[in-house]
Design a protein around this ligand. Sequence first.
Ligand SMILES: [Zn+2]
Length: 126
Amino acid sequence: MYEVTVSAHFDSAHYLREYHGRCENLHGHRWQVEASVRSNKLNQIGLALDFTELKKALRETVAQLDHVCLNDLPEFSNINPSSENIASAIFEKVTKRLHEQGLDFTIYSIKVYESPDAWVTYYGAC
Ligand SMILES: [Zn+2]
């Protein structure tokens, strides 16, 4: 089994509704994101998935989250832009982009680092 991973980051603001603590106030993060796919197979030139294709899908996805207040985005109007919800949203969007790029891959995991020592990993719905 091969696991191919690329990373990207975005800078944005958020606040957590109904949270009692510092995170209920508007604040910013540099969110680091890692996207991984898994494959048992390699293509004829020895690649599971071209890094370039995965980077394109991830970068185009996180570009839409960069330099905004995440709470203002439609996908977070009814749910908190927590690291957990950001990870699942990125999971769905990157998988959709891969399919649009003609690649038959589903993301295996998305890691979202809110800081260098705190992150969430989402593996898709079980
Ligand atoms: Zn935060």
